[in-house]
Ligand binder design. Structure first.
Ligand code: GAP
Length: 442
């Protein structure tokens, strides 16, 4: 399969099967925004659950947070985003289209378009373009004040550092986890959901003692933990790699940075960034808010501003990369070989024939019962082969068919998405079978 084909196929599958739609589509769309449909929202929810389980529930000293999207504008002054959160922008002097100056392949493509028309594209000098998205808040027209939709979810955690200290009394090192929306006025959104203007992040901010060795140990541990997470959820290991940032490409807050990258059809791209933020956030918020954001270590009797090691992943990027990674074609069959934890449905239930009430009744009884424990789909349309294929295409790991034999001996056929193998098992054994095969508590 051609690499560009794969991207087109995923975009088409997402639309056709209810995973992801263009934002505000009936009004011609809104560039850089995407809406998750019935199956996409299930998959996204599953992905966030999987992250929360690994990064919060299974670890000690990790606390959750869910901060407001709109924040006092001073937050963004303190964090450095109003001054430094920008990309270099250039404008084509011929058609006035704007691009990121550092995306050479896109600039070359644009120059090529002009060349075809025997024109020579010329660019303006790069200028800094701030990525924060503004909103106006207030009830009196003319007196509304500017607020920013958060450009990273991170600051909602750091401004609550003292609240978490005072309410939970954590011992350093400890972490605060958050999943939520972020907004960026991206100059060139593109590659489907890869670069959007509204997207979700999943982040762990770890507070450590101000000690380089300790900080780098946490940095390395988090790097490996994040890589393992993608692999444990079935992503092809050979398509994952680390990429350390050179000092001149690091964000304004980072003292060290490393990305987890995935090999997409459009090249190696960042899924997630691990950053050593030093004392940047807490020192700046101390300075700008006038509040004491230091930590007192009861054991050593020292007071200090903790350093921060963060891991920040994109939920939408992870969904896209897992979809790309899971896509297979076998003859006419299209399969999403998604890890069961991520699959929108874990099992589908079919009556063999739609017009036999005794089969439909028995199948519905089983379906309603299974739904209490597993995300389950119902399908009674068309022939059974087509129904299997339709479930393969959305990644459902198992399909259960109720046929005439079920009415006699209370057994069903259960079919495996990946092997297409069918087994006959008793209705009473289905839940245990699925629990064992899926290997998840879903
Ligand atoms: N708090 C650090 C931070 O925000 P970042 O590298 O700018 O770091 C972290 O973003 C992650 O958020 C990225 O690795 C990516 O997965 C996701 N992300 C960033 N910009 C995005 C965009 N425009 N569209 C989709 N995801 C994006």
């Amino acid at each position: 399969m051609e690499k560009t084909d794969l991207m087109d196929k995923i975009i088409s599958l997402c639309k056709r099967r209810g995973f992801i739609f263009p934002g505000s589509e009936i009004y011609g769309g809104l560039r850089g925004t995407w809406d998750y449909g019935p199956l996409g929202s299930e998959m996204k929810y599953n992905l966030k659950q999987a992250w929360w389980k690994t990064m919060v529930l299974e670890r000690e000293n990790v606390f959750g947070a869910n901060a407001a999207i709109m924040m006092n504008p001073k937050v963004w002054e303190a964090s450095g985003h109003t001054a430094a959160f920008s990309d270099p922008l250039v404008e084509c002097k011929l058609c006035h289209e704007r691009f990121r100056a550092d995306q050479e392949d896109i600039l070359a493509e644009h120059e090529g378009e002009h060349q075809k028309r025997k024109e020579k594209a010329e660019w303006t000098e790069p200028k800094k373009f701030n990525l924060l998205v503004e909103a106006r808040l207030g009830v009196v027209e003319g007196e509304k004040s500017v607020v920013y939709l958060r450009g990273e979810i991170t600051q909602g955690v750091h401004v609550n550092f003292k609240n978490v200290l005072d309410s939970m009394h954590p011992k350093i090192p400890f972490s605060i986890a958050q999943i939520g929306k972020a907004f960026r006025n991206e100059i060139t959104p593109g590659n489907f959901t890869y670069r959007s203007r509204e997207f979700e992040q999943m982040e762990l901010q770890t507070y450590v003692r101000p000690d380089e060795r300790e900080a780098m140990t946490v940095f390395e541990t988090l790097k490996n933990a994040r890589m393992e997470w993608y692999v444990a959820l079935g992503m092809d290991k050979s398509k994952l790699r680390f990429r350390e940032h050179a000092p001149d490409e690091r964000a304004h807050y980072a003292r060290a940075a490393c990305d987890v990258e995935y090999e997409t059809p459009f090249g190696w791209r960042e899924c997630e960034g691990i950053h050593h933020r030093g004392d940047w956030d807490l020192s700046r918020h101390t300075q700008f808010s006038g509040q004491d954001l230091s930590y007192f270590d009861q054991d050593t009797k020292e007071r200090f501003i903790p350093w921060v090691i963060e891991t920040s992943g994109g939920v939408d990027r992870a969904v896209l990369f897992f979809l790309l990674d899971a896509y297979r074609e076998e003859g006419e069959r299209i399969i999403l070989k998604l890890h069961p934890s991520l699959a929108p449905y874990k099992v589908a239930v079919f009556p063999l024939l739609k017009n036999k009430p005794e089969l439909v009744m028995k199948a519905r009884e089983l379906y309603l019962n299974l739904r209490k424990k597993f995300a389950a789909a119902w399908d009674e349309r068309g022939n059974i082969g087509k129904r299997y294929y339709a479930q393969d295409e959305i990644g459902t790991p198992f399909c259960v068919t109720i046929d005439f034999q079920t009415l006699e001996d209370n057994t069903v056929t259960i079919r495996d998405r990946d092997t297409m193998k069918q087994e006959r098992i008793a209705v009473g054994e289905i839940k245990d079978y699925l629990n064992k095969q899926l290997g998840i508590g879903c």
